[in-house]
Design a protein around this ligand. Structure first.
Ligand code: FES
Ligand code: FES
Length: 161
């Protein structure tokens, strides 16, 4: 039986204490605590659907030990969408551009796009493709995903956001 430990985190702006297994990854810890917008795909760092912001940086939560996040801040796609204009705009753009097929990759894509745009990402299709290169879409809808991120980058460039 694996040891259980308590960790304190700030998740989506709220301070919480989670009981996690010592060996558990952050993805499992989040999903075990009802953060179901964080999707579980490969669980080996390949697909990116589990991407969250950890202290403001996009990380694949399956590659991070939950215990190592004690005292740190996490934002998920849902929390970002409810709390930040940028992510809400990205989510809207995904809908407007038809970027969601089955939707399994979408939360991770939105978090990766948030990371790109909040760090000054430009409306540059090559750079956008690079920014989401760690996120796989099994429906292969990449063109429309890039279109959505491009659209928001353009809005930012034109001072509309
Ligand atoms: S579930 Fe984490 S990268 Fe695939
Ligand atoms: S929309 Fe289905 S995996 Fe991307």
């Amino acid at each position: 039986m694996s040891e259980k430990i308590n960790i304190k985190l700030k998740i989506n702006g709220v301070f919480v204490t989670l009981e996690v297994l010592a060996h558990q990854n952050l993805l499992r810890a989040l999903r075990d605590n009802y953060y179901w917008d964080v999707k579980c795909g490969c669980e080996v760092g390949e697909c990116g659907t589990c991407t969250v912001l950890l202290d403001g940086q996009a990380v694949k939560s399956c590659t991070v030990l939950a215990a190592a996040c004690d005292g740190h801040e996490i934002w998920t796609d849902k929390g970002l969408g409810l709390s930040t204009k940028l992510t809400a705009r990205i989510q809207d753009a995904f809908v407007e551009c038809g970027s969601v097929q089955c939707g399994f990759c979408t939360p991770g894509m939105v978090v990766a796009a948030t990371d790109y745009l909040k760090n000054g990402g430009k409306p540059d299709r090559t750079a956008i493709r690079e920014a989401i290169s760690g996120n796989l879409c099994r429906c292969t809808g990449y063109v429309k995903i890039v279109d959505a991120i491009y659209k928001v980058a353009k809005d930012i460039e034109e001072g509309l956001l």
